[in-house]
Ligand binder design. Sequence first.
Ligand code: PLP
Length: 430
Amino acid sequence: MSDENLTSAPLPMSLLPDSAEVGERGELRIGGLAIDELAAEYGTPLFIYDEDHLRSRCREAVTALGEGTAYASKAFLCVAMARLVNEEGLHIDVASHGELHTAIVGEVPGPNIVLHGNNKSDSELSLARSYGVGRVVVDSFDELDRLRSMHQKDGIVTPVLLRITPGVEAHTHKFISTGQNDSKFGFGLESGAALEAVEQCRQNPGVELFGVHYHIGSQVFRVDSFARALDVVARFFEPLELSELSVGGGLGVAYTESQSAPSITEWGEMLRGACESLGVKARVSAEPGRSIAAQAAITVYSIGTIKELPGIRTYVAVDGGFVDNARPMLYGSEYTTFAPSRIEESRVVKARVVGQHCESSDVIVQEATLPEGLAVGDLIATPVTGAYGYSMASSYNRMPRPAVLFVSKGSARTVIRRESVEDLMALDVQ
Ligand SMILES: Cc1ncc(COP(=O)(O)O)c(C=O)c1O
């Protein structure tokens, strides 16, 4: 965030989960619980999800994006999340053995699972096929060959979608842009690979082709990017007379006070309108990830060190870092911060919020504003950390990963317990 965009105003409630409210002490409460009390009980760093917010976004997605819409579980997954998504009527998109296994343990029925991956292993495909997943999204000719060989051995016909790359550049960071021609994902439209893949599917007894999938990228704010991609794909798709079209995920969310994003409902209206005008008759579905989970959570940290560099800046170091939020380091993503015990106060002190790892790039908020007088031991938090936060967490420097709570209507439950040093040591062969 540039300096002129920095605000000293209190954090806007719009960046917080739906149930956020201010308590009598001026403290932030989510799900009816005081954040500072949760931090005292469960320790920091701590991810706190508003369970009702998650449920409400899932329901909004089912209504707005249609039957077969799948939550992109890479945004955030654990067994409790898989169960929640399933209870709210969304399907689930998984992209690895671990995500698939989690969905299975969460008792998501096979037909409601979509398996992705540009390099699926035989064991991932075998597990998916034996569990009866609803769709495998095929990404390469090698994968089609593999499904043919598997069918020769076990007779199982795999229901598939083909992932295509429409050659449309999304307006987003290049690392999360996936729909362009030069991509490791899918079959290119322009090169003719997509049409060749459709023809191969029709000759392949190991697969039943239901439709086409594409995903142009993530954190896309401009609905015209989605509309352009749909326009290109519809021209290819309509003559094929297939029954399903999945437009992937990618709807952006606001992380800071200077950003704003369309809602899931608005995204759905745009997609429906565009499909109507393009004459798309197939079942259209999507795969929202970030827009379901991001604003549902905050991450709470404790301040460990405050370092004033006169004439340069103030560094506020917390007990987490890029291991629990890799996005600033990976994509230069912007975040904002606040003090959960003093949520209504102006944030007049400029600082850089950093983690505790041995990397200078371990920065959580480059240009933060905080209330005056914060001291070592106080809490600060970052909002909008529910997507691609915990799911990208690592244990660099052998730092155990944080705990994750779901809160709702006055009660909290641990859905992922805090990692311990013993957990880390469990893999070492001594
Ligand atoms: C195939 C696919 N679908 C859906 C998503 C979810 O995107 P988002 O979380 O931006 O909605 C992704 C994200 O990378 C993806 O690769």
